[in-house]
Design a protein around this ligand. Sequence first.
Ligand code: GLY
Length: 368
Amino acid sequence: MLRIHVNTSSEYNVLLERGLLSTIDRYIDHDARKLCIVSDETVASLYGGKEHALYQALEKAGFQVFTYTFPAGEASKNIQTVTDLLQFLTGMQFTRKDRLIALGGGVTGDITGFTASIYMRGIGYYQIPTTLLAAVDSSIGGKTGVNLEAGKNLAGTFWQPKGVFFDPEVLQTLDQTQLLNGMAEIIKMGFICDKSLLYDAVHGGRNQHGPVIFQDADALMRLVAKAIQDKLSIVEQDERESGARALLNYGHTLGHAIEKCSGYQVPHGFAVATGMYYTARACDKVEWTNRPCADITEQTLRFFGYPLDCPYAAWQLAEAATNDKKSDGVNITLSVPEDLGKCVLRPLPAEQLVLFFECGLEMNNDDH
Ligand code: GLY
């Protein structure tokens, strides 16, 4: 059994343990009487129902357990879902002592965390991520929120969970695209501040089934734990993203623009991978890097099979990026590589973003 406690100076523990869903009651605040497991319909049918280990363990421990489900997908991440959930909680007479449990991916975690942060001015919640992406990124750090018509995540709060619990057994129900979505954020942490992560991720090589790290659950969990620890150490310095936390946006300014230009057809991790690659190319070109970073970035990402295609023009991407929360209207703060395993923040006048993107993409055209 692999069991990893991730050390954090924040108030909550992050626990990675095989079989955790059936022993979860040990880690839930016993002052709570009622618990609401919030999940989308897909995850509910896999792990969140009355017939599943999580529900049964909680009920057996004496909690009154409720389930709340909504249709799977980004389209549910809106204020109406939050309103419906708030109404459900009032209907079931949840008090401040009671707790929500976000069981699922990033959409579920963000909706549940946001609802928890405003219900009765804030109640506690737990994160139980069921995707690799949610385990290494969205469940960690207390960002919550929903999308507005004007853009993604434009309404939200910072509200830290009471605990994050990841059971690696859930990886068995993930396909390769979902694994790659999470791996992009792990690799991102490596490029930002921890090159040992990059080494660990590629160390086992590839075989006919793909990257060996995806076939070695224990090695993957150690990698996940390291990536979480790295993220927490940045979040602890700057919970509300007034400084260092913006480093976590490496690859995201361009990545979000790619997602938007594709009508959200490109999966998040693939867009971030592509964003990191072209950002590294641009940084090499404008000599922001102490030594070239684009080649090693490309090799690492291609090892995992990210296509790294960017069929959009720099102006389209810049336009898509202007609504981004990382822009203050005058400057956009970019997280950029300075060296392998070290990113820094650089403000760029918003009107120069198009030139910056061109630097990354131009080299692309030179290749052909
Ligand atoms: N996903 C970036 C952050 O949590 O700040």
